[in-house]
Write a protein that binds this ligand. Structure first.
Ligand SMILES: *[C@@H]1O[C@H](CO)[C@@H](O)[C@H](O)[C@H]1NC(C)=O
Ligand SMILES: *[C@@H]1O[C@H](CO)[C@@H](O)[C@H](O)[C@H]1NC(C)=O
Ligand SMILES: *[C@@H]1O[C@H](CO)[C@@H](O)[C@H](O)[C@H]1NC(C)=O
Ligand SMILES: *[C@@H]1O[C@H](CO)[C@@H](O)[C@H](O)[C@H]1NC(C)=O
Ligand SMILES: *[C@@H]1O[C@H](CO)[C@@H](O)[C@H](O)[C@H]1NC(C)=O
Ligand SMILES: *[C@@H]1O[C@H](CO)[C@@H](O)[C@H](O)[C@H]1NC(C)=O
Ligand SMILES: *[C@@H]1O[C@H](CO)[C@@H](O)[C@H](O)[C@H]1NC(C)=O
Ligand SMILES: *[C@@H]1O[C@H](CO)[C@@H](O)[C@H](O)[C@H]1NC(C)=O
Length: 411
């Protein structure tokens, strides 16, 4: 397999044809393909279905994952691990997850929504935001495989090891599960279908995605109905303490959240630059822009979120006179660190990715307050709202059962 004779799609086609021929000659029991997933929104993976196998084309690593049903004869005979094909026997008998890579590792909430925590056997760090995974870890059901000489060997014993950091060295069972590669909140959430394919849980994956998408779409329409002649202007901003510099975000999914919540992002012509608070001209320009903003989302990293208050924010923007800031008089300064484990592990990088409808509901409440809705991920530091410390005791269900998606009231 050192040199590929011709174009890649043709090779894949030939391999698949050969497998079909071989299977139809064999006496293997065919798994009835009861249900399939169609990828509607995400762009970085595709799923194709055969009788006894599936193929996921993964744009992240440029590979095709051949998922072979454990009941097919091919499952014992065939093992691919080339530069373009990897094979896995499904449904996965067990698996491990890279929970260590920054910022949040692989979001395990996707596995929880499918009810897959029972077969999760290894993690690379216990720094996770999921109460049920923490509980399983405490009970010794899931082991931590620490970085070191043996890690690779230990990880290779699982039917699959899911990673989101594509730069690390990869062995044959590694699978790149990378929802964050997508540009919109719903595209990210649709990666649940990727995991559904590995576990024959297509029906469940489709159902979860449909429910999340319907909720997201309804909230977005509700927000559009609330918008008056002028939409509230929102700024996602982050302070880098070391450089002494404020930056406005350009991340597509964050800007999309604001639009879908009935808000308006600060002008594109403004948000190109970063602002150095030690430079008087920069500082004046920053203050002028902030005076046009109705709601601020302060993304500044903090090692102690509970102690990150409005006072911290005001110190960081370095103002003596707040009178021009409507987000202060109107009390609308938000952070997405409401749910936090041990000070630094934010559920924003986990649960918020698989259920973006909850994030949207939070931002709609931030822009059009009803006072009637309890936010999931966002807290308003202008109103002195604190954090919720995540702990294993918060796992209130049988960890091996699926987590039901949360559907906020809409309409
Ligand atoms: C295939 O997987 C299913 C579900 O995990 C399991 O019940 C069955 O025993 C497996 N069959 C084989 C041949 O491994
Ligand atoms: C995972 O499954 C493999 C078989 O695919 C088995 O050899 C291994 O011991 C299992 N590991 C754990 C921790 O269950
Ligand atoms: C938005 O407004 C339209 C027209 O008034 C209404 O039919 C629709 O139900 C509203 N949608 C939501 C989600 O509130
Ligand atoms: C910000 O300005 C100060 C003073 O001019 C300078 O020392 C510092 O390096 C600047 N920071 C950055 C990130 O450019
Ligand atoms: C909270 O932050 C302030 C600075 O904003 C600091 O002086 C104080 O020591 C911090 N408190 C704790 C408990 O870390
Ligand atoms: C303050 O917020 C309310 C909605 O809660 C909005 O109607 C009003 O226009 C806002 N005022 C300013 C000055 O932004
Ligand atoms: C919490 O974090 C600190 C350092 O950040 C670490 O020393 C400690 O072991 C962590 N505790 C838990 C329960 O993870
Ligand atoms: C507040 O919630 C209650 C029940 O959840 C509902 O009946 C009421 O209409 C809500 N009020 C507003 C202003 O949304």
């Amino acid at each position: 397999m050192s040199s590929w004779p011709c174009s890649w799609p043709l090779v894949l086609l030939l391999v698949m044809w050969w497998m079909v021929v071989r299977e139809s000659n064999g006496a293997s029991t065919n798994v009835k393909v009861g249900s399939i997933s169609k990828v509607e929104d995400a762009v970085n993976f595709h799923i194709y279905y055969g009788q006894t196998f599936k193929v996921i084309k993964n744009t992240i690593d440029g590979k095709s994952y051949l998922l072979i049903q454990n009941t097919s004869r091919m499952a014992v005979r065939t093992k691919y691990c080339t530069s373009r094909i990897k094979s896995y026997v499904i449904p996965l008998i067990n698996y491990s997850v890279d929970t260590q890579s920054s910022p949040g590792g692989v979001p395990v909430s996707f596995f929880e929504l499918l009810g897959l925590l029972g077969t999760l056997k290894g993690i690379t760090s216990e720094a996770v935001a999921s109460p049920c995974l923490l509980k399983l870890f405490e009970a010794g059901e899931v082991v931590k495989l620490e970085k070191g000489e043996q890690q690779e060997q230990l990880l290779s014993q699982f039917a699959a090891h899911f990673i989101s950091d594509t730069d690390q060295p990869q062995t044959c069972n590694f699978a790149n599960f990378f929802p964050l590669s997508e540009g919109t909140p719903l595209q990210r959430a649709e990666w649940i279908k990727f995991l559904g394919a590995f576990t024959n849980l297509e029906t469940k994956a489709n159902q979860v995605y449909d429910v999340v998408k319907a909720s997201y779409t309804c909230l977005s329409q509700m927000a559009a109905n609330k918008t008056k002649s002028f939409k509230p202007i929102v700024a996602w901003i982050e302070y880098d303490k070391n450089g002494g510099v404020w930056c406005f975000t350009k991340e597509a999914h964050k800007l999309k959240f604001v639009e879908d919540a009935g808000g308006e992002n600060i002008d594109k012509s403004i948000n190109k630059v970063s602002y150095n608070v030690s430079d008087p001209d920069d500082l004046e320009a920053l203050h002028a822009i902030l005076c046009t903003v109705d709601a601020v989302i302060d993304e500044t990293l903090s090692s102690d979120p509970q102690n990150y208050t409005q006072t911290t924010f005001l110190e960081n923007i370095n103002v003596d006179d707040n009178s021009c800031f409507s987000f202060i008089s109107n009390q609308s300064i938000w952070r997405y660190d409401k749910r936090v484990r041990n000070g630094t592990i934010l559920d924003w990088y986990d649960g918020a990715i698989s259920q973006p409808n909850l994030v949207l509901a939070d931002i709609v409440e931030a822009l059009f307050p009803t006072g009637n809705y309890t936010t999931s991920y966002f807290r308003n530091i202008a109103k002195g709202e604190g954090v919720i410390n995540i702990n294993p005791d918060m796992c209130a269900r049988d960890a091996s059962l699926p987590l039901d998606p949360t559907i906020p009231a809409c309409g």
